[in-house]
Design a protein around this ligand. Sequence first.
Ligand code: EPS
Length: 403
Amino acid sequence: MMRFMTAGESHGPALVGIIEGLPAGMDLTVDMLSLDMARRKMGYGRGGRMKIESDEVRFLTGVRRGKTLGSPVTILIENRDFKNWLEDMDPGPREGPPGRGVFTPRPGHADYAGAVKYFQRDLRNVLERASARETATRVALGAIARQYLRIFGIEVASFVVRIGPVEIGEGSIPPSSWSMDELREKVLASEVFCPVPDQEKEMIEAIRSAKKSGDTLGGVFEVRTTPLPVGLGSYVQWDRRLDAELARSLMSIQAIKGVEVGLGFEASRRPGSAVHDPFVPGNPRGVLERTRNHAGGLEGGVTNGQPLQIRAAMKPISTLYSPLPSVDIRTGEPSPATVERSDICAVPAASVVGEAMVCLVLAQAACEKYGGDSVDEVLGHFRETSEQKIRWERTLEGDGKQH
Ligand code: EPS
């Protein structure tokens, strides 16, 4: 079993994450996490905070001399901005009210519901944890999960499909024939992580004009993998369906409002013949191949040997520099919503977080199926299962044997 947790406030001393269930003997260094950490900070439309934070990860437990021990791995990311918030965010007791209390809830943020739920007057007690700053921890843990997935040869990448009204046209969507490296390279070369240059320019323009009018923009990103082994997840119980788990994990990212697997909502518009992915005989005999991947790599909540393709829709960030109407909870009088420093558009960053969540959920599913206490044991289980698939295929080779 693999599990993980995060902790930390946006302007508190640090963010912390724990992941448990990694096998002993896995290579793990902070350098392996640094590209993902850097990518999360990128993207045209990000706010000033990204210039302050280095988002360097430190391992506190579970790793010795570059290899996992099988014990829980703890990561720590210091908030460099904490030194500017010491008076407000000091965990120790202080006299008098903090200087930067927040009292007018932002429509769309957790401010209002959190204040009622946790019986708070100062909305900062809510927004500090609800903030998407927390996603730095998820990306670090996701990068660790990515290393685990590499034991099975699984790679995960993502790209931005839409920002506000600007969408990559159907014909320009990166084809599955692109290698993961090709996709990653094109995405990283784009300021909005859009691998199609024409739309990239329009997306940047859309963000620029939202900024000018004090507004924000959401969008859609897609996460893709290399072909996954058949059999992760299960149809036998509702909470073992992997598509449900993936959707839950993506929906748990701040500001995500919807998830589509494969064709997604489009499948509901088409007849079955234009949705489901036909089988064709492959080579050698017994291997089944598909002519397309509308299912997005999952059927019956189980991976079917195809690459995973999953999309998530992000709403626009709720802090508007031209704020929406709100109410000052100290007086009950109308007042514009609070303006906290924020991003104009964080869809590129969200795509990196989405990738991290997919890595974590796939690592959990792989751990459930192939899990072991050491890398060798995990590899042994993985090979046994791969051999079982080959034996299944051989039953179709003409010997007529049934299981
Ligand atoms: C973020 C850090 C935050 C925001 C953003 C994401 O830092 P600060 O609040 O100091 O500017 O930039 O968070 C939000 C958009 C939000 O609504 O909370 C980060 O590290 O990703």
